[in-house]
Ligand binder design. Structure first.
Ligand code: 4AD
Ligand code: MG
Length: 458
């Protein structure tokens, strides 16, 4: 018999004599002569109520159908007399698919702390909150693809294993087949799998650029890895990044694209996952809906770095790090700008070249580069991007100036030797997007099995 999802049952237009559903029991209540099972199958936030009469087939095993048990139900779909739900199922037959030991099943309470649920990451998707979270995460991923598809971007898969440590975006994880404790050095490296050092990629950008300079508009969306020893609520060692790269584009095009992408993703979730979003507005962040509506409708603020530093210098808020021109904008500053000063997303652009990557396009002033970061309330930086230095001589000079090994960049420089063109792109941290949309403040809670500093389980 066809299995109905609970989401399709609850949206049914009329009663049905016989439907089949399968899912996991959230709670069971026993009354005289019958029982109520609240069943959830992950298709939506809501449970469906199953009423099991003592005479139903399989009712003798009801006592084993406690919280967490997998069950299969066949019965009639009838209007529910209960509040808050349209339909319920009158079971003709119930079957225990997989039992759940009531003595040890950890999800008995109605609410558990995020910390506790993190310690059972394999069971937390069974809770309302994490079910909703991962449906929203999926919706966001699809919204990303939809956004780029509508605009004619080509979806590119850039490598995850890389021989290039040229990005300079952060510490890299080394990949090796050498035995632990094997001698280091270039002789030993020759016997390693690739015969040379290899790493996990920190960004798909450098390998996306040649494709933008051939296919026009491209994007990558894949896992990236950073071995930064920063134990914060917004850094993960393994995270996903969305990286568009556009040929014949400048910094303004880049900012427009980033702003449009965020708006599109927020709207998609508001339209398609309202019930899941509601949960976060109710339990996680009461200001969530107002924040998202504002983000979806109002233009982002755009300020040059220099002005942002002025604003920060005049702020009455005491910062741990004193803001000054030429210094990095810290998370506390980013959040001050977006949360307190402008109270909406802010794009800071034209950063000093000394605090940004070598590939960013140099501005006329000789001091700044055409870089931009999108900062959002509660999180800070969510997007980092730039126009790329497309002028061969300037790029070579910058590489030399920074003392980077020119040989490693030969292939990259080829894109500037043959048919170079202005181009721009950015990286959107996908987990930070999920945090933005749900109001969740810890990156560990938006990743199925998080990998962070000093933490790797599963
Ligand atoms: O600013 P980042 O380092 O930029 C790049 O890697 C560029 N190559 C992107 C490009 O232009 N194509 O990283 C981009 C974004 C950040 O704004 C942040 O949202 C996210 O990636 N990010 C992280 N997210 C989670 N954990 C980490 N450790 C992250 N590091 C960066
Ligand atoms: Mg950045």
């Amino acid at each position: 018999m066809k299995r109905w999802t609970i989401s399709s049952l609850l949206a049914a237009e009329g009663p049905r004599d016989e439907v089949a559903l399968k899912g996991w029991v959230r709670t069971r209540r026993d009354a005289k002569g019958f029982s109520f099972l609240e069943v959830n199958d992950g298709s939506c936030l809501a449970n469906i109520q199953v009423v099991v009469d003592a005479s139903a087939e399989g009712a003798d095993r009801l006592r084993d159908m406690g919280a967490g048990a997998a069950v299969s139900v066949v019965g009639g779909l009838v209007p529910s007399p209960g509040k808050g739900q349209s339909w319920e199922v009158r079971a003709a037959k119930v079957e225990l698919v997989g039992g759940s030991d009531q003595e040890t099943y950890p999800l008995q309470k109605k609410r558990h702390s995020d910390e506790f649920l993190r310690s059972i990451a394999h069971l937390r998707p069974r809770t309302n909150k994490y079910g909703a979270l991962f449906r929203i995460r999926s919706e966001l991923a699809l919204a990303v693809h939809e956004f780029f598809r509508e605009r004619g971007f080509v979806y590119l898969h850039t490598p995850i294993l890389t021989g290039s440590d040229c990005e300079g975006a952060g510490e890299m994880f080394r990949v090796t087949t050498l035995a632990p404790g094997a001698p280091a050095g270039s002789e030993a490296e020759k016997s390693d799998f690739f015969g040379r050092p290899a790493q996990l990629t920190v960004s798909g950008q450098l390998t996306a650029e040649p494709f933008a300079l051939a296919l026009g508009d491209v994007y990558t969306f894949g896992p990236t890895f950073r071995a930064e020893p920063s134990d914060t609520a917004r850094h993960a060692a393994e995270f996903w990044m969305v990286e568009p790269e556009m040929a014949f584009a400048d910094l303004e095009d880049d900012m427009n694209l980033g702003e449009d992408l965020l708006k599109h993703c927020v709207r998609a979730v508001m339209e398609r996952r309202p019930a899941d979003l509601e949960l976060f507005a109710k339990w996680v962040d009461p200001t969530l809906m107002a924040t998202l509506e504002k983000l979806a409708v109002e233009s982002f603020v755009r300020v040059p770095y220099g002005e942002a530093v002025d604003i920060l210098s005049k702020a009455s808020k005491p910062f741990e790090y004193q803001p000054a021109f030429g210094k990095d904008i810290q998370t506390e500053h980013e959040r001050y700008l977006a949360e307190n000063h402008f109270k909406k997303p802010v794009i800071v652009y034209d950063y000093p070249k000394d605090i940004k990557a070598f590939y960013m396009r140099q501005n006329q002033d000789g001091v700044t580069v055409a870089a931009m970061d999108v900062l959002v309330p509660r999180i800070g930086e969510i997007i980092g991007g730039s126009a790329r230095e497309e002028r061969l001589e300037r790029l070579q000079a910058r590489i030399a100036e920074l003392g980077l090994p020119m040989e490693g960049y030969d292939w990259y420089l080829d894109t500037r030797r043959y048919g170079t063109a202005p181009h721009a792109g950015f990286g959107l941290g996908f987990e930070r997007l999920v945090m933005l949309v749900t109001g969740v403040t810890n990156i560990r809670d938006v990743i199925a099995f998080p990998r962070t500093y000093k933490h790797l389980e599963y």
